[in-house]
Design a protein around this ligand. Structure first.
Ligand code: PLP
Length: 329
């Protein structure tokens, strides 16, 4: 056997949980930005924000340094104060609950619908107390939450709705893209997401005042009219730099292609798992169009999940235990 063959037989093909898809256009845009000298706030950030508005149908977009930063700023938009309660999903990434804690509020976990894994609007309503001020609804695994019912609860109870769409860029609710429904909606661009900026995120909103506040808060509380060293309010450094925005711009140019590729991988898993005793992800219906994030299956109760994960790893297939309940951690 020659060396080449020996190498081939030894190579173990591994399938990662996710991997970013970076092409030459992305590289070109990043290089262009590096060479421009605009490494932080420059002309590329606004171009990226405009592109986010184009794909989501949002009126305004404020790019930020992460999805977590976007969620935190949304709590500031909601006027959350110490002692408040914020109702959210226990079945999420930790940031959707932590953002309330950052402002001294208590996350209150309402039950999820076992079919969609998203917040059950009736459970949200049942969890409302006089101290409740906001709801953070998550589109878990890219499947849109029950927006109309949640908006209805929020309207009737006088609550502020924030949508954590960090896993859902490209998803749609009742035919309209997530991000286009007007309330603050947070996206994330970590490398396992549909598109990446390395680290990064964005908050969309239809409200011009909210957008102005986001732009100020992410930039140390500066006002549009203030000079660099004058700060109108307490703010943060949650800016997205132009180099990251350039990568995001390239990624957004082919969002359709990326989403289609992710869908075709999911369809392949559907086919391969057709005769396996697992519950596969909920398919789309008239009201919900998923944007594929991770492909999560529910194992029968008698199956040892850790053993399945270990057996997959032996075969070079990465997997993870999605998700530990935030209410129990
Ligand atoms: C549902 C959800 N919310 C919030 C976040 C936080 O985003 P980031 O990692 O960009 O801070 C993530 C990212 O993993 C997420 O999946």
């Amino acid at each position: 056997m020659n060396r080449r063959h020996a190498g081939l037989t030894k190579a173990v093909r591994t399938i990662p949980l996710s991997s970013p898809w970076i092409d030459e256009r992305d590289e070109e845009l990043v290089l262009e930005t590096l060479r421009s000298g605009w490494l932080s706030l420059g002309p590329t950030g606004p171009r990226f924000e405009e592109a986010v508005c184009d794909v989501t149908g949002a009126r305004h977009c404020a790019a930020v340094s992460s999805g977590t930063a976007g969620l935190h700023l949304s709590m500031r938009l909601a006027g959350i104060e110490p002692g408040d309660e914020v109702i959210t999903s226990p079945y999420s990434f930790v940031a959707s609950a932590n953002c309330a804690i950052y402002e001294g509020a208590t996350p209150v976990f309402a039950d999820i619908d076992p079919r969609t894994y998203n917040l059950d609007p009736a459970a949200v309503e049942a969890a409302v107390t006089p101290r409740t001020t906001a709801v953070v609804a998550v589109d878990i695994f890219g499947y849109p939450c029950e927006l109309d019912a949640l908006l209805d609860v929020c309207r009737r109870q006088g609550l502020f709705l924030v949508e954590d769409a960090c896993e859902a860029l490209g998803a749609a609710y009742k035919g309209q893209p997530i991000g286009s429904h007007g309330h603050p909606t947070v996206f994330a661009f970590y490398p396992n997401k549909q598109i990446t900026t390395g680290e990064g995120g964005a908050v969309t909103t239809a409200d011009t005042d909210q957008h102005e506040l986001l732009v100020s808060l992410r930039n140390q509380g500066r006002l549009e009219t203030s000079s660099w060293l004058l700060h109108g309010r307490l703010g943060y450094n949650y800016r997205l730099d132009d180099v990251s925005a350039a990568l995001g711009l390239g990624q957004l140019e082919r969002l359709g292609e990326i989403l289609a590729a992710r869908s075709s991988v999911a369809r392949r898993y559907d086919d391969l798992l057709a005769n396996v005793d697992v519950e596969t992800p909920l398919p789309d219906d008239d009201e919900h169009t998923r944007s594929w994030f991770v492909y999560v299956v529910k194992l029968p109760a008698a199956v040892d999940r850790d053993r399945v994960i270990a057996r997959l790893a032996e075969r070079g297939v990465a997997s993870a235990p999605y998700l530990p309940s935030l209410a129990l951690t």
